[in-house]
Design a protein around this ligand. Structure first.
Ligand SMILES: Cc1cc2nc3c(=O)[nH]c(=O)nc-3n(C[C@H](O)[C@H](O)[C@H](O)COP(=O)(O)O)c2cc1C
Length: 507
């Protein structure tokens, strides 16, 4: 940035290309916090694909589940990522299995939270894994640094979820940054570029945001939780110890106020008797448990732990993770630039690139920065996909006679019906883009029908479906239209379901 004294401007570099970015191998210093249950492969990969850094929240998850999530992440993104675990909240045997799995899977980085356990830090360091540690006090920052962590996340009391801090991140940052030889990241209550810029001015090299990414299409939070976050203001959150089941004692959380925080008594809260209020993935959810409602949760969602940072007051709409990253980057650049050039706020964020005068910001606006594909590119993609889906539907129709068994017949019917549904959805997407559909059929139809054997033909369809999954995964992070984004995701899911069935036939 440019700081001017009496006459000569002094160039001081303050850009988003902090050493943290180089260390993590991402584009922007924006980390998606490893939110247990909420930040799974889909969200982490979407953040990484958008240039941020994805972290999967795997607190107390089984080794098998963690392995599957890492595999899913790697299928969605080739970019580096982290996995979050919380040693203090995990039984020793499970913790051991988690550590062994993360080392065996050669993850880029782990993000640890709560007590600093030096031996855990050392295990990961010894395996060449980057260790990020979230702390909430100067004393814990010192412990983590002494244990040899590579990156510190400083969490402030405004954070959502479990909160290890008692002070604001803005009061913790200066002292911790002064004493730290490793990059420091700020967390807690941050959901705007202005807040990111403020954290950077206090010495942070980046930020870790939870609530801002909870309210995205890709997060695994229940839609009720997302909606409550969108409607909330900062003062609707509460720092409380009422949600405690499954965590060490005295572990405060920041949640949205609900009937539990407002009306339950200390006796009810301390009672050893468990009261079931819902279910998640076939498991009971108890009153006062730390489980927040995820996709598929049922029961009294209002009574569950609805984690949110004071940042919720800044989050007013649901969007894709890529849109969230892009907005944060744009706003941060605007804020830093305003400081650098002493300009009045620019109303239109798009116009920032035109007024940019600071050389250290220029690179933020070049190349693929804006992220979204334009309507023409999206239309081209959808039109081609529509032709491919028509081809699949037609191949299935023509192959019915060859099916032979009822299983094969039903399988063809299922793929045919999915492909038809996909065609309808894609035609609607084209309409949304204000374009015309044609009735063209993809060249795959002729290629596939030229294959005589039933099994060989099904193998072709299987490979074709797989290719579509890859293509959709590639374009999704760049799709800005929420409805089209959702439709493409549904089509990808249908293809995944078909592949599972085809694999049963082909194995
Ligand atoms: C829904 C939710 C779940 C969280 N789960 C975890 C977790 O499992 N592990 C962890 O280290 N931090 C967790 N956190 C805390 C975040 O790491 C981070 O400190 C916090 O989200 C920052 O505040 P913000 O939500 O205002 O951005 C969670 C936060 C939220 C909102």
């Amino acid at each position: 940035m440019l700081v001017s004294d009496s006459s000569t401007p002094i160039a001081v570099p303050l850009s988003l290309h902090t050493p943290l970015v180089a260390m993590l191998g991402c584009q922007y210093p924006i980390i998606c916090a490893g939110m247990g249950g909420v930040a799974r492969a889909e969200l982490a990969a979407a953040v990484s694909e958008a240039g941020g850094f994805g972290c999967m929240g795997m607190v107390r998850e089984s080794a098998q589940f963690i392995r599957a999530q890492i595999e899913q992440y790697r299928a969605l993104s080739a970019r580096p990522f982290a996995v979050n675990i919380v040693p203090a909240a995990t039984a020793p045997e499970l913790l051991e299995q988690q550590i062994a799995t993360l080392i065996e899977m050669k993850v880029t980085a782990v993000c640890l939270f709560w007590d600093v356990q030096s031996e855990v830090v050392q295990r990961f360091k010894g395996a060449g894994i980057t260790v990020i540690h979230q702390v909430g006090s100067v004393a814990d920052a010192d412990k983590a640094l002494a244990a040899g962590v590579d990156i510190l996340i400083v969490q402030g009391v405004d954070a959502g979820g479990h909160v290890w801090a008692t002070q604001s991140v803005y009061s913790l940052l200066p002292e911790i940054c002064r004493n730290s030889k490793v990059p420091v990241v700020a967390a807690g209550g941050i959901a705007t570029g202005q807040a990111i810029a403020a954290a950077m001015l206090l010495g942070a090299q980046g930020v870790s945001c939870g609530t801002a990414f909870l309210a995205t299409f890709e997060s695994n939070a229940h839609s009720y939780h997302k909606q409550r976050v969108l409607e909330a203001s900062a003062d609707d959150t509460l720092y409380t110890t009422k949600f405690h089941i499954n965590w060490p004692d005295d572990a405060p959380v920041r949640v949205l106020r609900n009937s539990v925080t407002e009306t339950s008594t200390a006796e009810q809260c301390d009672s050893a008797q468990r009261v079931k209020i819902g279910e998640q993935d076939g498991q009971p959810v108890f009153l006062f448990a730390t489980d927040s409602p995820l996709r598929g949760a049922s029961g009294e969602l209002e009574k569950m732990a609805l984690y949110a940072g004071r940042s919720c007051g800044e989050i007013k709409e649901l969007c894709s993770a890529a849109q969230r990253v892009q907005r944060l980057v744009k706003e941060t650049v605007q804020s830093l630039q305003r400081l650098a050039t002493d300009q009045a706020p620019t109303a239109d964020p798009e116009s920032v690139s035109e007024v940019s005068s600071s050389p250290c910001m220029a690179d933020q606006f070049s190349g693929d920065y804006s992220g979204h594909c334009d309507d023409e590119e999206l239309f081209g993609f959808i039109a081609q996909l529509l032709e491919a889906e028509r081809a699949v539907a037609k191949v299935c129709g023509f192959s019915m006679g060859q099916a032979g068994t009822s299983y094969r017949h039903d399988l063809l019917l299922r793929i045919h019906s999915d492909a038809t549904e996909n065609c309808e959805a894609l035609a609607q997407c084209i309409e949304m883009l204000g374009k015309q559909t044609t009735s063209a059929i993809g060249s795959d139809f002729a290629k596939c029908m030229a294959i005589n054997g039933f099994i060989a033909r099904m193998q072709y369809i299987r490979n074709d479906q797989d290719e579509v999954i890859q293509n959709i995964s590639e374009i999704l992070p760049r799709v800005g239209n929420a409805q089209i984004f959702d439709e493409l995701k549904k089509i990808r899911d249908r293809h995944r379901g078909n592949i599972e069935l085809l694999d049963l036939l082909l194995k």
